[in-house]
Design a binder for this molecule. Structure first.
Ligand SMILES: NC(=O)c1ccc[n+]([C@@H]2O[C@H](COP(=O)([O-])OP(=O)(O)OC[C@H]3O[C@@H](n4cnc5c(N)ncnc54)[C@H](OP(=O)(O)O)[C@@H]3O)[C@@H](O)[C@H]2O)c1
Length: 264
């Protein structure tokens, strides 16, 4: 993998799998330095830093055959594990959790050397009204517990079934208010949020002006079809967040970009 913007000529050997313990491989140190937060652990507004990590095909599709996994590659997975390693919490929509059969973050899925001062793994926080986790039972009874961010109108039987098996937070009446959800995560002490989608959740976060950073991998594939973009927003104007290009890495036709919210 090569850094192609800013032009430094920096080469990073691809290390696709995370490893538990031991010294951090040099390429992982390099990558963690590249993705270190410019704004520290909070934004100027005092709320947590929210970094979205997404992948699209070259023609803008957010999934292949209903999942994002088919778009990925080794370098993208290396970035994914480093971003998870740097996170306090992973925020994700229930649609993605179901489509991608999410489980808790495994210790072998992060770099322990990047988690100094943090728990071994970050929890998954799922935004859901239905609380339907039937397709991803591994999210229950996990350590740290999965956080279910839901509403006052969530089905009571589903709420009851989560008792002692996940942490339930209410952040809205009929729909989760994503601003309230981020505040609730901040109240739990989380300062670095990595949002892994999906497009509908990301659209709401963008509309609310809560996306501080977009790490977008562009996959060398023309997907065609009618799959939507990585941000699905109902209001184009509200979603327009000016971004500054922080860096671009290239590997085997994949482009790993990092954009940070511009002050302008
Ligand atoms: N390219 C990428 O990087 C990437 C990343 C992630 C996902 N994906 C793909 O995107 C697709 C899934 O994304 P998606 O946009 O359809 O779904 P999503 O945003 O992941 O999840 C939508 C679901 O989240 C819950 N939700 C979202 N906002 C809510 C709110 N304000 N209040 C209450 N609940 C809320 C609802 O769950 P309930 O139905 O449980 O109430 C809703 O049905 C999959 O194909 C996945 O593979 C791609």
């Amino acid at each position: 993998m090569r850094q192609i913007f800013p032009v430094t000529g920096q080469e990073l050997e691809v290390v696709p799998r995370a490893g538990v313990g031991g010294p951090l491989p040099q390429p992982i140190r390099q990558l963690a330095a590249l993705y270190g937060n410019e704004a520290g652990t909070t934004t100027a507004a005092g709320r947590p830093w929210l970094r979205a990590n997404m992948i699209s095909s070259a023609d803008g599709a957010s999934a292949l055959s209903g999942r994002s996994g088919g778009l990925g590659g080794p370098a993208d997975r290396m970035v994914f594990t480093v971003l998870r390693s740097l996170a306090d919490v992973i925020l994700v929509g229930a649609g993605t959790v179901r489509a991608e059969h999410y489980g808790p973050v495994a210790p072998g899925g992060v770099w322990a050397g990047l988690r100094t001062g943090k728990p071994l793994t970050p929890p998954i926080a799922v935004v859901s009204n239905s609380l339907d986790l039937d397709e991803c039972p591994r999210l229950l009874d996990s350590s740290p517990p999965t956080i279910m961010i839901t509403t006052d109108s969530a089905p009571q039987d589903r709420v009851a079934a989560l008792d002692g098996r996940a942490r339930v937070i209410r952040a809205g009446h009929d729909q989760v208010d994503v601003g309230q959800a981020v505040t609730a995560l901040a109240d739990l002490g989380y300062r670095q949020i990595v949002a892994e989608g999906g497009p509908h959740l990301l659209g709401q976060l963008a509309d609310a002006g809560l996306v501080d950073e977009l790490c977008l991998t562009i996959s060398p594939v023309l997907a065609g079809g009618t799959v939507g973009r990585v941000v699905a927003s109902s209001d184009e104007k509200a979603a327009a967040t000016p971004l500054r290009l922080a860096h671009v890495l290239a590997d085997n036709g994949f482009l790993m970009t990092r954009y940070v919210r511009s002050a302008d």
